[in-house]
Ligand binder design. Structure first.
Ligand code: GAL
Length: 448
């Protein structure tokens, strides 16, 4: 099959460390190529209902999926797409690294969207990231027809439907549901040291202390760019506040001045004591490898790590909810929509539809580590034990929105939040960080 990868963005490590000059070159280069694509593949006559096989041209897909698990999952969707649309050339414009989740890709995307040169479709988190950054800005097409033709209003959970819709229309199709509040642990290290996975922060720090005495890092952390400390901290907030008060942080119902935020920062400060000391020079994307190699015992991260470990053929791992968050499912969803002016519009529609099908979701998610967004998917024998449990937990747990992964807050607030937590990783100043978080909420227009 013909799948191109733009520039050297297939190299995760390289892309994660890409310098600014190269980054800009890629932004301009991809824009130029998109303009070429527009002359090749643009089809002015929309044919949205019937999902005809696209007849030729290109399909340029933006994402930040460049890591083990992510690549295989994306390729599984591309394989299906090529079977259904054999004449279409897929341009895989994947780009790793940057601030927060997908920061480099989002910056290139924004340049292209502002220039009126969007890709055909792009990875975007459901919720505020989709609605505030793209829909309210008037740069997406409503896709109610796609929802109607696939019956999607009947198969997605209400919480997802609420977050893919705005102003009475649907704007994007979720391909998965990820969970952010998981503690992944190396089972060999735990077994060799007679440890059981922690249920509380007291358990966690007792284990961390035992391992420290043996020279083993408890918390694998990569904070060379803002992101992972913020990810750890959103799960600490969930544990300390509980589901309702955590949700209230993003609506103004819970004040960021609350003393429980201070408690959460103090827990985060202790976690930093047990992290790899070089975390300020390690990239988030490189951290899972520490658990694989056994140089760290645990990592708090989303269940894309499940996909990563499987992609690396690593099996000495298991998971528990982050201490204090049992019964809470911190959720996010990757989705694809239809930007206005997509150069290969029919091809893009066929892609978005594929993302919404059961077949597409059951090909993608077993490899990605996540669970399908469709409630009628998930029967495939390819789902692993983690995923089977996650599908159950999603039905019975209280769902809360991840902030770092775009669900809970608009992007400017997410950036302020991850920057505040990056500063905290450097200075470990609880009071100053709480003030910065209070200010971030105020700047986002959510009082405290
Ligand atoms: C998340 C995204 C996941 C995964 C992860 C790490 O924001 O939703 O699909 O890609 O970043 O790259």
């Amino acid at each position: 099959m013909s799948v191109q990868t733009r520039g050297s963005s297939s190299s995760y490590l390289f892309a994660a460390r890409m310098d600014r000059r190269r980054f800009l070159r890629m932004a301009l280069g991809t824009a130029g190529l998109a303009a070429v694509g527009a002359t090749v593949g643009f089809s002015p006559a929309p044919s949205r209902g019937a999902a005809p096989a696209a007849e030729g041209g290109k399909l340029e897909i933006f994402s930040w999926w460049t890591a083990p698990g992510e690549v295989e999952a994306l390729n599984a969707l591309y394989d299906l797409y090529k079977q259904q649309n054999p004449g279409v050339e897929i341009i895989n414009a994947a780009l790793a690294g940057g601030t927060g989740a997908g920061g480099n890709m989002k910056a290139v995307l924004q340049t292209r969207m502002l220039a009126g040169q969007p890709p055909d479709s792009f990875q975007v988190h459901l919720g505020h990231e989709l609605i505030d950054s793209h829909v309210k800005a008037g740069r997406m097409e409503p896709i109610d027809d796609i929802y109607a033709s696939l019956g999607l209003n009947d198969v997605f959970p209400k919480g997802l439907l609420d977050n893919s819709s705005y102003d009475g229309h649907q704007w994007s199709v979720p391909v998965n549901i990820h969970r952010s509040n998981i503690l992944w642990y190396n089972t060999k290290i735990f077994n060799d040291n007679g440890l059981t996975p922690p249920a509380t922060w007291d358990d966690y720090f007792a284990i961390a202390e035992k391992l420290k005495a043996k020279g083993i890092v408890m918390a694998a952390l990569g904070e060379s760019s803002p992101g992972e400390t913020g990810h750890y901290f959103e799960t600490v907030l969930q544990s300390v506040l509980g589901a309702d008060a955590y949700k209230g942080l993003w609506t103004g119902a819970t004040a960021w001045t609350d003393s429980r935020i201070t408690d959460a920062l103090n827990i985060m400060k202790r976690i930093l004591d047990y992290a790899n000391p070089d975390y300020l020079s390690v990239a988030w994307g490189d951290v899972a490898e520490m658990v694989v190699k056994g140089t760290a015992a645990t990592q708090i991260d989303g269940d894309w790590r499940n996909g990563y470990y499987k992609g690396k053929q690593f099996s000495d791992y298991s998971w528990v909810p982050v201490p204090g968050t049992k019964g809470i499912y911190s959720a996010l969803a990757d989705s694809f929509g239809l930007p206005k002016g997509a150069p290969d519009r029919d091809n893009a529609i066929a892609w978005v539809k594929l993302c919404g099908t059961r077949e597409g979701q059951d090909a993608f998610n077993p490899l990605k580590g996540s669970i399908p967004a469709r409630t009628d998917a998930g029967q495939s024998p390819n789902y692993d034990d983690y995923q089977k449990q996650a599908m159950q937990d999603f039905k019975t747990n209280t769902i809360v929105p991840s902030v770092v992964h775009g669900f809970a807050a608009k992007e400017s607030w997410v950036t302020d939040y991850v920057n505040a937590m990056n500063a905290f990783a450097t200075n470990r100043d609880v009071a100053a960080t709480q003030n910065a978080l209070v200010q971030a909420a105020a700047d986002a227009g959510v009082g405290s």
